[in-house]
Ligand binder design. Structure first.
Ligand code: NI
Length: 345
């Protein structure tokens, strides 16, 4: 869903730029961004928009619609609870029992249920909805031409460090990827649901953190499928990525992991030295556009390092994105049975 949001925003922003440049009505209805706020142009002039209620959107993209909540001011309500008591994700979609609610047609002729959002027009004396809306340099708009880095945290969930890491990311609008061990998830649903609600990516680090190169095909498949099932049951989100314990692989592992396998380009060795300063130097001393950084969620020393790493990366102009966001922004279609190390421009 987030990918659609980002792509739609790019399209809308480009359309807006073209409109300004050419002075003609090359505007597309769809998602628009002002600063870190989103709104949805309800017509192809950008002079009217959805406000004050739920609206099913984006069904044209993948056949599935998601319901988004717009405030009375027309901006997407995100990462909070709506006046009618539903939680919404960091992207503004309706989340119920930990699951983003979607709608898809079940048969011919079935039509999308109506949302209750109003269409508000600038002709009604509203001042918003300007065609000059531009994406902000920071925020959920991901600019593929600007530097980005994917911070990844393995071996959790671990509530103390995990929540601290999320607090830091939230303060700077960053997102990360958490590679979780399946059999550690059932007792830690609160932390997992926070990850999903705040727009982080939850991904699979096997069911029991077994070194897969020591297992046969059946054992490998069990570790992957049980890991995904446990993470989805606890978080409400189905993992799309796998990280192999230790990164260890051989031909049998690669053939039997039917997910993209995400390695890394910066290894902080945080688990080994447990020294925040060394973790900070490992990242800030070598980071490049498109890097995937390996850290571990288990350690307070890592959470402490993140408090320095995140603001410094943002100060250097890096967008802090999930692995899936980075692949999408760089035009890489992630494939199962493939290893990935970075997404350079
Ligand atoms: Ni691990």
């Amino acid at each position: 869903m987030k990918r659609w949001l980002v792509n739609a925003a790019l399209t809308a922003a480009l359309a807006a730029v073209m409109t300004m440049a050419m002075g003609t009505a090359a505007f597309a209805d769809g998602w628009m961004q002002e600063g870190d706020k989103w709104w949805y142009a309800a017509d192809d002039t950008g002079e009217s928009w959805y406000a004050d209620g739920w609206k099913w959107l984006d069904a044209d993209k993948d056949g599935k619609a998601e319901c988004y909540y717009f405030g009375a001011d027309g901006y997407l309500v995100a990462g909070t609870r709506t006046p009618d008591g539903y939680d919404v994700t960091a992207d503004g979609a309706w989340i119920e029992n930990g699951v983003v609610q979607t709608w898809a047609p079940k048969g011919p002729g079935e039509t999308m249920p109506e949302g209750n959002a109003k269409v508000v027009s600038s002709a009604d004396g509203n001042t918003r909805g300007s065609l000059s809306a531009q994406p902000a340099a920071a925020g959920r708009y991901i600019d593929p031409a600007q530097p980005m880095v994917a911070l990844t945290f393995d071996d959790g969930p671990q509530m103390t460090a995990g929540n601290s890491i999320m607090d830091t990311l939230a303060a700077y609008g960053g997102k990360a990827t958490f590679f979780l061990v399946g059999d550690r998830c059932a007792a830690r649903t609160e932390e997992l649901k926070r990850m999903v609600a705040e727009g982080h990516e939850v991904a699979n680090h096997t069911y029991q953190h077994k070194y897969l190169q020591n297992l046969d095909a059946q054992g490998i498949q069990y570790q992957i499928s049980q890991g995904s099932a446990a993470i989805e049951a606890a978080s409400g989100a189905a993992p799309a990525l796998v990280r192999l314990p230790g990164g260890n692989n051989n031909a049998t592992v690669v053939a039997n992991v039917n997910y993209p396998m995400i390695q890394w380009s910066i290894d902080t060795l945080d688990w080994k030295h447990r020294d925040p300063q060394k973790t900070i130097e490992a990242v800030l001393g070598s980071v490049q556009d498109g890097d995937i950084v390996l850290m571990h969620e288990l350690y307070n020393e890592t959470a402490a390092a993140v408090q320095t790493i995140v603001p410094e990366l943002v100060a250097r102009g890096y967008q802090l994105v999930t692995v899936s966001e980075m692949a999408a922004a760089r035009g890489v279609q992630l494939m199962p049975n493939q290893l990935y190390y970075s997404f350079r421009p």
